[in-house]
Write a new protein. Sequence first.
Length: 201
Amino acid sequence: MRLTSVVGMALSGMLCVPEAGLACQRTSPISASEMIRGADAIVRALASEYVTPPADPNLMTTGVPDSRIRFKVLEVIRGRGIQNEIILPGYLSNQDDFNDQASPYSFVRPNGRSGSCFANTYRTEAQFLLVLKKSKDGDYTVNWYALGPVNEQLRSESDPWLLWVRQEAQRGEPMAAKQEVLKQIDAALDFSPPPVSDSRS
């Protein structure tokens, strides 16, 4: 399937269903602002080394790799309790893979446009902006916002995408945090002070 067809399907908002020989599709348009609002954590990190190398270095899937990469966290834009490193599935490469769009991006970088919902290859010792979600097992993942710019390579610390995400992340808390605040407000409103005893009786 041609790249132009993949882009067309993504922007038209079709279902994200990766199938054999077919590209990923979505049910809704890609929105960088929506993605940032929904993220549990956002970090700038360095792709350092393999924790678990690929079982077969000559075989690379467009899906979730069996290899694991250690990322050194350089900056936490959002997230509590973030450690100094994050482990994610992926492949290491000696090739750059910058997004060819203008910031803010509305599509995944080229590595994620070849039949997969997500880019899974990272240049060794390059910096990436990781937009993360906590999975059911409690680990962070970038594989949650299909065809979105969840793990873009950065050109520098003044990369326009990095600057935009920093600003966008300050505009509001993620939905989970907002829901927790609302629960606390509801609890406070339901609070009833204990009755005051009449000392004269």
